[in-house]
Design a protein around this ligand. Structure first.
Ligand SMILES: [Zn+2]
Length: 455
């Protein structure tokens, strides 16, 4: 109770010196009952107990693309309850966080992660050589790194053994630090499709693939979706084309039929769950759009027709430039065969050019990096790649805030610094609108009103 009284008196002191609306004696008589009322609203617990204030040098309004300088952000019970110019006579106290030298943005959203996967480690993290628990343990480590990098929300698009469903629950229960997670189960794929990892082995070596991951035909796909929902997923991920990582598949070739994808979309929609379709080639992209998926993942080889359909159907595209750059260029730097480098650089430039075409056509591009393909925590490096590919810095930030929030159906909760939204914030030094690279050097991160400690 002592604490409570102390906080109340500090809050009172703060109110007393803040001429928000009225000046002079009249203001004082108005503030007194207000301050008193705030501590005893209908007998409820005083909100002052959990309030805190951030003095922000500038705050980015991502919708307008403008800064407001010298702002005071009030946070109560993990949510933003006020944003206003710092009152001239206000006296900061120890309930204020001083971010007056920093630029404050909404917490970032990565709409395509694999927190429970460390594929970039190659053979050291071989799916078939590790016990299931390894994926959850990797998830704990990677969730913390991702949060510390300023990503306070992620959509996690597939992990073995429902590891990222368990991770989501552990984070929500406060066991381990991590972003707000919207988790899918393992990717649903056809026999021999991208993600049917064991399928290429000789029959005598094959492992049994569970019905919720490899499914053929509309009934089986429905069952796979039902099984995943039974295990608590927030999203369904399926594979509409081949992939670069699965032996025997062709990235440009479609896999599931439109009817199969539509069965998944219908089944998931009953529970308000969206479907994300992995798709590189045009046929698969068009099938998935027509079937009503919420987002196309990669969209690597999309042509003009695909771009037109994406725009027409308001389908989001998540283009993982960072994973592509890591895979095609960064990890091939030391190859002695220079031809490989040249070819890969050309592949990357084609992908970046498609990103630009989609952007210029007005396709909705949500930020997503395919983390796990590259080392976790480097997510923000993708902003520079997006700007280099032709996107404006404010749109790159929007793609990881308002646009991604809309894809997740979370636009009322995250993605902006607005009253009523979660106090998910990050602070950087410098101006991301003129140097997007500053987003890789995060100074402070807050999730739900709680500061995220660095290591
Ligand atoms: Zn992925």
């Amino acid at each position: 109770m002592n604490n409570h009284h102390e906080l109340t008196s500090k809050m009172f002191q703060f109110r007393f010196v803040s001429p928000y609306t009225l000046i002079g004696l009249l203001a004082l008589t108005c503030w007194l009952p207000l301050a008193a009322a705030a501590t005893t609203p209908d007998g409820a617990e005083p909100t002052a107990k959990t309030s805190q204030w951030i003095r922000a040098g500038r705050v980015l309004d991502v919708v307008k693309g403008e800064y407001a300088t010298d702002q005071l952000i009030t946070i109560t019970d993990g949510k933003i309850t006020a944003i206003e110019p710092i009152p001239k006579q206000a006296q900061p106290n120890d309930l204020w966080l001083d971010w007056s030298h920093l630029t404050v943005l909404p917490g970032l959203i990565d709409a395509h992660t694999h927190l429970c996967d460390n594929s970039h480690m190659g053979r050291a993290f071989d799916h078939w050589a590790l016990p299931a628990a390894s994926f959850g343990i990797a998830g704990v480590v990677n969730a913390k790194r991702t949060l510390q990098a300023g990503f306070t929300t992620v959509r996690d698009l597939s992990a073995p053994y429902y590891a990222c469903v368990a991770l989501r629950d552990a984070i929500n229960a406060g066991w381990v630090p991590g972003p707000r997670m919207h988790s899918s189960g393992q990717m649903i794929t056809m026999t021999g499709g991208h993600g049917d990892w064991g399928g290429w082995m000789a029959p005598e070596h094959q492992v049994q693939t569970p019905a919720e991951t490899v499914a053929d035909g509309t009934d089986a796909v429905r069952q796979a979706v039902r099984l995943q929902i039974q295990h608590g997923v927030d999203w369904i991920k399926l594979s509409a084309t081949g992939g670069f990582g699965t032996t025997g598949t062709i990235p440009g070739a479609s896999t599931y039929t439109q009817a199969e994808i539509q069965a998944a979309v219908e089944e998931a929609a009953k529970r308000g769950i969206g479907v994300a379709a992995h798709a590189h080639g045009n046929d698969g992209i068009l099938n998935a759009i027509a079937a009503g998926v919420k987002s196309i993942e990669h969209g690597t080889l999309m042509d003009t027709q695909a771009i037109k359909q994406l725009k027409k159907n308001n389908t989001f595209v998540v283009m993982d430039l960072l994973a592509a750059h890591y895979d095609l260029i960064e990890t091939k730097k030391d190859f002695t065969d220079k031809q490989i480098q040249t070819t890969n650089e050309a592949y990357y430039q084609d992908y970046a050019a498609n990103f630009k075409r989609a952007y210029q056509a007005g396709v909705r591009l949500a930020f997503g990096t395919d983390s796990g393909v590259y080392p976790h925590g480097r997510n923000a490096e993708q902003f520079q790649l997006m700007v280099d590919a032709g996107m404006s810095p404010i749109d790159a930030i929007r793609s990881a805030t308002t646009w991604a929030a809309e894809l997740l159906g979370q636009e009322q909760a995250v993605g902006q610094i607005q009253v009523g939204m979660h106090a998910d914030l990050l602070a950087v030094q410098g101006d991301p609108l003129t140097d997007i690279g500053v987003l890789t050097k995060v100074q402070q991160v807050m999730k739900g009103g709680e500061l995220v400690p660095g290591d």
